[in-house]
Design a protein around this ligand. Structure first.
Ligand SMILES: [Ca+2]
Length: 481
């Protein structure tokens, strides 16, 4: 066992060196091209895989969800909240690929065309379903002088046209697919835009740690050039396992339950995020904006309700942790200029993962490069100024295949939520809930006379999303009962 451990450490060090060298080659072309401006903060976008609010104790105080057992300790996420804003109502789509496509394009699934998980063929296209060209967030930021790096999971296609390095990222190191076989033995892909190609190989570096090792090496490689780094952790997606005490390996023959493993995997992600931020120098960190989101709800096996979890249109499928933080507030130095005022606050402004696109574009002065996206609504002003909300009046999430449609809307005005459920081979039906007093969606109010005006508004909102090429007309359908 001791020998095995030693081997592992050596291998990690070796990989770090190799990857450090390759990163240098990848971005060398930009070395003298740009200088970081004061209005060009670094952007650290952190995506947790399969993490709903029901697993994050921070949301306990927000009366936002029934919490499931085995809460992970997440001190780093708490520090982020103390350094920024936690959003009470943040939504993703119901599963991985549609959410990731929405983050990177600022579009809803019916427009970017990724309706469900990508398995095998298919992938993110640079054209909307109506034929308009898509400018990815990374393309816009790169054009604005940013280095762009993706660390971890992609899951938006394995064909060249859909590769990250084909559509805006200078560098990608991680898994190309939806999951990895084993956190301590997985296939790693390393791609560089400068060569237009990937190399692949097996690695035994603990996947959660690898994301941070890669990001750290890449960030430290050049200073003075603004960067956009996406940390797309595999954690806490399956395979569930018990990480070792240092969050750098896997315990074999664990006696933990699935829920305990899941919680431990979240704790290791939190610890690795802390490692990255604690390792950054103050000047770098104070000029970095940080966003943290889950890509969909908690998986059924460890969720409070198996049938209302990841993949469903209920809160358990779409309601995710959503935090924005300013590195300036993580640094103790005086006279650091911050971009988020009144840190440590809770925001009731509705935010959706599509909004990260316009928000990050606004934060980096790249708004003129992203084109028109009515779907993505910047909440950047609400970060600067606690008295402001965003212009988002309604949240909308969906998933769809040729035979099944799920969609949901929630309005800012009343926080009532309308679900549309059309299973394979059946006609659609609706449910309506008051999320303020019924966050678990237990009391269906559809066709209740007391909410008739609200119901009409929500149906109108939902049908607005059926315009312009959506795949359903959201018919007059019955109460789901
Ligand atoms: Ca996911």
């Amino acid at each position: 066992l001791v020998n095995f451990k030693n081997f592992r450490i050596k291998r990690r060090t070796f990989l770090k060196r190799v990857l450090g060298a390759s990163t240098l080659l990848g971005v060398g072309q930009h070395r003298f091209a740009f200088q970081q401006e004061a209005n060009q903060p670094n952007i650290l976008l952190i995506i947790a895989d399969d993490l709903g609010v029901d697993k994050i104790a921070l949301y306990n105080d927000l009366n936002a969800a029934t919490l499931a057992g085995s809460q992970p300790e997440t001190p780093m996420l708490s520090r982020l909240v103390d350094s920024g804003v936690i959003f009470r109502h943040g939504w993703a789509n119901t599963v991985c690929s549609p959410t990731r496509a929405s983050i990177y394009t600022g579009l809803y699934p019916f427009r970017h065309g990724v309706g469900v998980q990508i398995e095998g063929r298919g992938g993110l296209s640079t054209q909307e379903t109506n034929g308009n060209a898509i400018v990815t967030l990374s393309q816009a930021l790169r054009q604005n002088g940013y280095r762009t790096g993706l660390f971890g999971k992609w899951h938006l296609g394995t064909q060249q046209a859909s590769w990250p390095i084909s559509i805006g990222w200078d560098y990608h190191a991680g898994g190309m697919r939806g999951g990895i076989a084993d956190y301590c033995g997985w296939e790693k892909s390393i791609g560089q835009a400068s060569t237009g190609s990937y190399s692949e190989g097996q690695t035994s570096v603990y996947a959660t740690e690898d994301v941070v090792n890669e990001a750290e090496a890449w960030i430290n490689n050049e200073s003075g050039i603004p960067w956009f780094a996406t940390l797309a952790f595999n954690a806490p997606h399956t395979p569930f396992h018990e990480p070792n005490a240092g969050c750098s390996g896997c315990v074999e023959n664990s006696s933990m339950s699935a829920a305990e493993m899941y919680a431990a995997m979240v704790e290791c992600m939190d610890e690795q995020i802390a490692n990255l931020l604690n390792g950054m120098d103050d000047a770098e960190l104070s000029n970095t904006l940080i966003f943290f989101v889950g890509d969909n709800g908690t998986p059924g096996r460890v969720a409070p309700e198996r049938t209302r979890s990841k993949g469903s249109i209920y809160q358990g499928g779409v309601h995710v942790p959503f935090i924005a933080a300013d590195g300036a507030h993580l640094v103790s130095a005086a006279n650091v200029q911050s971009r988020i005022n009144d840190p440590g606050r809770v925001s009731d402004t509705l935010v959706h993962v599509t909004d990260l696109y316009a928000t990050i574009a606004a934060a980096t002065g790249s708004g003129n490069l992203i084109g028109q996206s009515a779907d993505s609504i910047s909440f950047f002003d609400s970060l600067n100024d606690a008295s402001q909300g965003s212009d988002r009046a309604v949240l909308f999430s969906q998933s769809y295949t040729d035979v099944q449609i799920l969609a949901t809307v929630m309005e800012q005005e009343t926080n009532h939520k309308l679900n549309y459920i059309e299973p394979e081979g059946e006609s659609g039906c609706y449910e309506l809930y008051d999320i303020n007093i019924d966050p678990d969606e237990a009391n269906n109010l559809f066709n209740d006379p007391g909410v008739s005006e609200t119901q009409t508004r929500l149906l109108t909102s939902l049908r607005q999303f059926s315009a312009d090429g959506n795949n359903t007309s959201f018919p007059d359908a019955s109460d789901c009962g």
